[in-house]
Write a protein that binds this ligand. Structure first.
Ligand code: SF4
Ligand code: SF4
Length: 268
């Protein structure tokens, strides 16, 4: 994203729309975007209307209001001059948009946003079977963001445990080799809003996975959220809850998938 300095009048309306604080009004009186911090989510462009007024007119009106000590109550979701300008994004910068703009669709999965349906459709996809635990490790959140170098720290550590990453996942598709968890070198410095790493392990491996993610997260400059799920046993009991209690967690059943799609997954 780019702010056209010839159009911007420095009203600062766009600043609150940036989830990572990448926009600031500089000493020259116009807003600038920190290109390293910007995750190309397009929220500043998508969420604001554009009035496309001539900058000289807006500046004159603002000056006149200041002189008269008027404090007009402007609409805060308007860029009065239409200065916010989307740029064509080349590789590797385009991955920022793919992982941060909820309207972008990941080609590898065909899913918008972070490109995965996670556990929500497990009764149809049958990714995680009885006796297994499915993990979603989410790195980054609005306000923090994450680089692919940090994501690689997690994926390489998990790969050392012999984990197989979910193939229909955008992070896996960007690995040089899913067996090592190493991510393409040309995107390591790219910053995105968040990404989800997914994999399934036998229930016995849950403790070492959690230990590993906790250990790596202490050296990351971002937020790590772990989701873990399993299929209930035939008698309705949940074997994962006991394991988590033993490890000192206080798990909450966040989502229960009723299995209405199960006929489609039979035989998987
Ligand atoms: S809303 Fe538009 S004119 Fe105002 S500071 Fe942002 S880019 Fe500049
Ligand atoms: S594209 Fe997103 S991250 Fe970049 S300046 Fe706009 S709101 Fe901020």
């Amino acid at each position: 994203m780019w702010i056209n300095p010839k159009l911007c009048v420095g009203c600062a309306n766009c600043i609150p729309f940036c989830p990572v604080g990448a926009i600031a009004v500089g000493p020259s009186g116009v807003a600038v975007i920190d290109r390293d911090a910007c995750v190309e989510c397009a929220n500043c462009y998508r969420s604001m209307s554009r009035e496309n007024l001539p900058p000289w007119l807006v500046r004159t009106l603002r000056k006149a209001a200041q002189l008269l000590r008027l404090r007009p109550d402007p609409d805060l979701d308007i860029c009065p001059t239409g200065a916010i300008t989307p740029e064509p994004l080349e590789w590797p910068r385009v991955v920022r948009s793919l992982f941060s703009d909820p309207t972008s669709e990941h080609k590898v999965t065909g899913v918008a946003g972070r490109g995965t349906e996670e556990a929500k459709t497990n009764d149809v996809t049958g990714r995680t079977k009885e006796g297994e635990a499915g993990f979603t490790v989410e790195l980054g959140r609005p306000g923090v963001g994450v680089t692919f170098a940090e994501i690689e720290d997690v994926t390489a550590s998990l790969a050392n445990l012999g984990i197989s990453f979910e193939p229909k996942n955008p992070v896996t598709s960007l690995m040089e080799d899913p067996k090592t968890g190493r991510i393409r070198k040309d995107i390591l410095q790219e910053r995105i809003l968040s990404a989800i790493v997914e994999f399934t392990v036998p229930l016995e491996q849950v403790p070492e996975v959690l230990r590993t993610v906790e250990e790596v997260s202490t050296r990351l400059q971002t937020v790590v959220s772990i989701g873990v799920y399993t299929r209930n046993a035939r008698d309705g009991s949940n074997p994962l809850l006991g394991i988590l209690h033993q490890l000192g967690y206080r798990p909450q059943r966040a989502k229960v998938n009723m299995g209405l799609g199960r006929p489609l997954a039979e035989g998987r």
